[in-house]
Design a protein around this ligand. Structure first.
Ligand code: MN3
Length: 297
């Protein structure tokens, strides 16, 4: 899938290692979106080679079969290999509106790359990580049990696996929320308990949005800025989360309400280095009714 043609590419490719010891890694970003500051168009293009197509099912199956056979031969606990490809728990949620539905604020080009390549990659890698976890992951059946696992990542001794789960479990939850909380023709927040408490805590909605913008533009590197409801005192908090960390990983998990994706893949195609312009534009596509309902739940 080639979304555009310009000087900047982020290439995704499959890496299959020796089947005797490896599980298939379905999709690997060889690097983040590589931004060329010399790009005349301020555009960033992606080449996602076979981004939605797993390695041939035959080769994946063969790898799994080989791995299972080796496990038996070595008399390893079969629970370690309890999950198979067909057991994948998570799938890529459909975008609940058209790719161009958020224009002019977020372009169709960004939405296609962000949803179909980036989000899809997190989902694939999350399933891969859970398959590797075996029996420990058997309890992960839905978003809530995933959040529970992410709240106690320190109990997973395998550091590489822990990092995979952190990045891709968080990436899955962050992006599921991110795309669901937006909609075409969104209206400002005009009433309800969220507006009431924003005004009580921040003085005005304008003050709140100014603080959210400042926090987002002040986030160094890649990550998310979340509005959460603090689990300890019930207050609203605007907090930075590095990389793909998610409120489920908070020491006392906070309730996620609103997520701003501050990775460059969210805006660079359209806004170049003008991150503040992206965040100001994004403000126009927030489904505040959705956010308010989360807050009221
Ligand atoms: Mn993203």
């Amino acid at each position: 899938m080639d979304f555009s043609a310009s000087s900047t590419t982020a290439v995704y490719s499959y890496h299959i290692v020796h089947p005797a010891f490896a599980f298939p890694t379905p999709l690997r970003a060889t690097g983040p979106c590589l931004i060329s500051k010399k790009s005349r168009s301020n555009a960033c293009s992606y080449v996602a080679t076979a981004a939605r197509t797993p390695p041939t099912s035959l080769s994946r199956r063969a790898l799994l079969t080989n791995t299972a056979a080796i496990a038996v031969a070595l008399a390893l606990p079969t629970s370690t290999y309890a999950r198979k490809e067909g057991d994948d728990v998570f799938s890529l949620p459909e975008l609940p509106y058209a790719y161009n539905g958020l224009e002019p604020y977020i372009s169709e080009q960004i939405m296609k790359a962000h949803h179909d390549a980036h989000f899809a990659t997190y989902v694939k890698k999350l399933n891969t990580a859970l398959n590797k976890l075996g029996s420990v992951a058997s309890e992960v059946k839905d978003d809530e049990s995933l959040k529970s696992l992410l709240s106690r990542l320190d109990t997973i001794s395998d550091q590489e696996l822990r990092t995979l789960l952190r990045n891709n479990g968080g990436g899955y939850l962050n992006h599921k929320h991110f795309f669901a909380q937006m909609k075409p023709n969104a209206k400002p927040l005009q009433n309800g308990p969220l507006l009431r408490d924003i005004e009580a805590q921040f003085g005005s909605f304008k003050n709140f949005s100014t603080k959210f913008l400042a926090t987002s533009t002040g986030l160094f590197g890649s990550g998310f800025v979340w509005l959460v409801k603090d689990s300890k005192d019930g207050l609203l908090r605007i907090s930075k989360y590095p990389n793909q960390d998610n409120p489920a990983m908070d020491s006392s998990p906070n309730t996620p309400l609103l997520a701003c994706d501050c990775w460059e893949h969210s805006w660079y195609y359209q806004y170049g280095p003008k991150k503040a312009d992206y965040i100001s534009a994004w403000w126009n596509v927030i489904d505040w009714q959705y956010v308010n309902n989360l807050y009221s739940a």
